[in-house]
Design a protein around this ligand. Structure first.
Ligand SMILES: Nc1nc2c(ncn2[C@@H]2O[C@H](COP(=O)(O)OP(=O)(O)OP(=O)(O)O)[C@@H](O)[C@H]2O)c(=O)[nH]1
Ligand SMILES: [Mg+2]
Length: 352
């Protein structure tokens, strides 16, 4: 059975749903869950949709996930019955429905199944100019992922790369599809399925880069590690596996040493040949904590600023307009000693 038949794409929340749809359109199996009726409608026609009942979105509160999942037993049963060996959990870290449910669902898959499942989260990290809530939700989600034992490779999509979500989503889908399905072969060596599984099993971050023939190798590496669609990798030369599918029959496009110089010395180097494009993949990297910490710091800074502004501001009350005051004085003169009439008093008086 090819790897394509052994994977399942589970999209949670709005971003997760859109990412999952990219894979559905490439012929993969998958499903989506969301509490929001509008998000579900916007997603259009996809084979498996779960409406999380009782929750029309989580309104930024990712902690509502536990309550929601507890109430949606049908969805939980469906998750527990996913048969495929490799499950990608796709979601926006900054949201609440996907961000809150993804870590719980990942844990459920790791615990309740035959224990051989490879669970690979795909988290879209908010861009730097998003709100405090988005940043802190993503930060918390990554913290929770770090605490899960036995998780497979995690992909950290970096939304700072641009505003065009469709471009980011389809680029990711294209690269992962090549990683999962490329079946080119060469005389020198082949990058086989067990090697790809090995890469996906490795707990840690994973990055990919796909380039057409003739591209400069340093540019390919720049896209892989610094300013492609993934969060910049840690600068500590820690990684476990490097997989390269070369465009053409030799290493003219890039050599493993060039990749090692960027990402560190791995346990394994896997190589294949004769693809149309060059695909570089690295797994077992440390989570991009420097990048995610920056999101946390942005949230903290914005929170402190708001707190400071609030404590300094005395809510100003609107005063009377001058001509009202003049009228008032006239009335006062007329009705000396009488209390100022409230609107409610006026209403009551008129109803008598
Ligand atoms: N890469 C990518 N990121 C997205 C996309 N749509 C939204 N995002 C990111 O995801 C975050 C919002 O998450 P959503 O998926 O909309 O939230 P949700 O899971 O539906 O949760 P609610 O807050 O309850 O609506 C934002 O921080 C965006 O940066 C998308 O199509 N692609
Ligand atoms: Mg939503």
């Amino acid at each position: 059975m090819s790897l394509k038949d052994r994977v399942y794409f589970l999209g949670l929340g709005c971003a997760g749903g859109k990412l999952h749809k990219e894979f559905i359109s490439l012929g993969y199996k998958g499903g989506v869950a969301n509490g929001s009726e509008q998000d579900m409608k916007a997603l259009g026609d996809v084979p498996t949709k779960y409406k999380l009942e009782g929750f029309d979105g989580f309104g930024g509160h990712r902690d509502r996930a536990i309550e929601c999942l507890a109430q949606n037993t049908e969805f939980m049963d469906y998750v527990e019955n996913i048969k495929e060996e490799i499950v990608f959990i796709l979601f926006g870290g900054g949201g609440s429905t996907g961000s809150g449910c993804a870590t719980v669902v990942s844990e459920l898959l790791l615990e309740n199944q035959d224990k051989h499942k490879i669970v690979c989260p795909v988290i879209a990290l908010p861009s730097s100019n998003e709100s405090i809530t988005k940043h802190s939700n993503a930060y918390q989600a990554v913290q929770e992922l770090q605490d899960l034992d036995g998780l497979g490779a995690t992909f950290f999509i970096n939304n700072d790369v641009g505003n065009d979500y469709d471009y980011i989503n389809s680029t990711f889908a294209k690269m992962l599809d090549v990683f999962l399905t490329n079946d080119s072969y060469g005389e020198l060596n082949n990058f086989d399925e067990s090697e790809r599984l090995e890469m996906l099993k490795d707990n840690g971050a994973m990055v990919l880069s796909l380039m057409g023939g003739g591209k400069d190798s340093s540019w390919m590496l720049e896209k892989l590690t610094r300013n492609g669609i993934f969060a910049p990798i840690e600068n500590n030369s820690v990684c476990e596996n490097i997989g390269i599918i070369h465009a053409g029959r030799d290493n003219k496009d890039i050599t493993p040493d060039m990749v090692i110089a960027e990402v560190g010395k791995p346990r394994n180097v896997f190589e294949g040949y004769n693809a149309r494009n060059t695909l570089i993949s690295v797994s077992g990297l440390d989570y991009p904590v420097t990048h995610v910490s920056k999101l946390g710091e942005l949230a903290q800074k914005a929170y402190d600023e708001r707190k400071r502004n609030k404590s300094q501001s005395v809510r100003k009350k609107l005063g009377e307009l001058q001509f009202w005051e003049d009228d008032e004085k006239d009335n006062m003169a007329k009705q000396e000693g009488k209390k100022k009439t409230s609107k409610l008093d006026l209403l009551r008086r008129n109803r008598r």
